[in-house]
Design a binder for this molecule. Structure first.
Ligand code: NAD
Length: 260
């Protein structure tokens, strides 16, 4: 059990990648808080985890762009379980549009969910991690933390920004035993990606099959999607890693779409 009794908060864990990470952490003995905007789906995920693994799990209503809700959600976890050992700032959305048509309100929404969310959740968890002299923070970046694609100005900007925030926290928090790293997945078939396929097809003027085969998987080594399980494995590796040898890093898991 790599995370036995570790208190783990995963944002956006009611669906997709975050949900798989929450299940993986519970399978390794972690107590998992599913923090999500969608409280009904979060409650269902927590019930599912308790039934499947017999571990403790709780749902936390949280809009990661609200300082008040983030602070209240983290406090609820600390009240229940005493501390926070692992934070996965994963909640995210996608909005695609060419730059000249990108609504300013959508730009601000994207930066708020991805960047404010990472900042606010880190800020709320770090004092508890410092108090115990240990902790692991993970940000859900993307290949788009290192590479650009058409139509994704706000997403690419936000995902690049997470690298800077992670590296800064790594320097500030390292001496106090807190590590921070970024996971950079390629395309993973979740609701976030399913929504984009028809949208990109329309914007780029190509069939949906071509969005998948060329835009999403064209540069992979084997034309395969990365899976939520693949990313959950990486998230376990980072969360369970014991020393500051691995901090301020980012790991791409993308079937070779992006190599460095
Ligand atoms: P998803 O749509 O399946 O899940 C996202 C979850 O985030 C949902 O449960 C949603 O309710 C929650 N959420 C959205 N806005 C929120 C907010 N303001 N506060 C709290 N919760 C909120 O998406 P996913 O594909 O699992 O994406 C998870 C993360 O992985 C995102 O940060 C995304 O950018 C990143 N990512 C996804 C892919 C991919 O191909 N799917 C690739 C790289 C990175």
């Amino acid at each position: 059990m790599k995370l036995k009794d570790k208190v783990c908060i995963v944002t956006g864990a009611a669906s997709g990648i975050g949900n798989a990470i929450a299940h993986k952490y519970a399978s390794e003995g972690g107590k998992v808080a599913i923090a999500d905007l969608n409280i009904e789906a979060a409650q269902k995920a927590a019930e599912d985890i308790k039934a499947q693994f017999g571990t403790e799990a709780m749902a936390v209503a949280m809009d990661v762009t609200s300082e008040e809700q983030v602070n209240a959600g983290v406090q609820a976890v600390v009240d229940a379980w005493g501390t926070v050992d692992v934070l996965v700032s994963n909640a995210g959305i996608q909005i695609v549009n060419p730059i000249e048509e990108f609504q300013f309100s959508d730009w601000k929404k994207m930066l708020a969910i991805h960047l404010d969310g990472a900042f606010l959740t880190s800020k709320a968890c770090i004092p508890h991690m410092y108090a115990q002299g240990s902790g692991a923070i993970l940000f859900m970046g993307s290949v788009h933390s290192k590479e650009a694609s058409k139509l994704k100005s706000a997403y690419v900007t936000a995902k690049h920004g997470l690298l800077g925030l992670s590296r800064t926290i790594a320097k500030e928090a390292g001496p106090k035993g807190v590590r921070t790293n970024v996971i950079c997945p390629g395309f993973v078939r979740t609701p976030l990606v399913d929504k984009q396929i028809p949208e990109q097809s329309k914007e780029l003027g190509i069939p949906e099959e071509e969005v998948i085969s060329k835009v999403m998987l064209g540069q992979t080594v084997d034309a395969e999607f990365t899976t939520v399980e693949d990313i959950a494995e990486v998230a376990l590796f980072f969360a369970a890693f014991q020393t500051n040898a691995l901090t301020g890093q980012s790991l791409v898991a993308s079937h070779g779409w992006f190599m460095e």
